[in-house]
Write a protein that binds this ligand. Sequence first.
Ligand SMILES: [Zn+2]
Length: 193
Amino acid sequence: MLSHITPLLERNRVFAENGTWRNTPRLPFLPFKGLYLITCIDPRTDPADFLGLQFSEAIVARTVGGRVTDAVIQDLAYIGYLVETLAPEGPYFEVAVIHHTNCGSRLLEEPELRHGFAERSGYDEAMLARLPASVPGESVKADIEKIFSAPQVSSRITVSGHVYHTETGRLETVIEPRLVIEPKIRAQAPERV
Ligand SMILES: [Zn+2]
């Protein structure tokens, strides 16, 4: 069987020879630009393209819709823990959640397709109904709240929200960066009388 990756191995040879890979971040391998990006798996929404990322500048997690799943929370918790224990002086990183317009996750809005996938996979249909990034500005906010309310995530990282527009190639910031600790402080503050 022909491998789809074989034609790209020549590009890998060029990469190996130019030595870019030698410029490695120090332990615990925090990215040079201090960014942890979460975007959709859609091939149009690769941040290496729309943000011009270079080698080791960002951690990139990609899920359907760019949605913050429990597995994403687990990874964020792990990286935050690594910084807290191995490099407590920082620098800490910013998690940028990026959803986009015209997202393929919206195909799950169609009841028949969603029901068929639930039947085929055994995944909960109500959960699948919540997956589509139907209004990306709103789903980004919901996912950022999910990060803020996750007790596993380090309170020293910052979180921001963005929408990538597939019609223009533009990235729009919809939520400015906030420290995770800020909503937690508000939640713990005694009620004013
Ligand atoms: Zn998408």
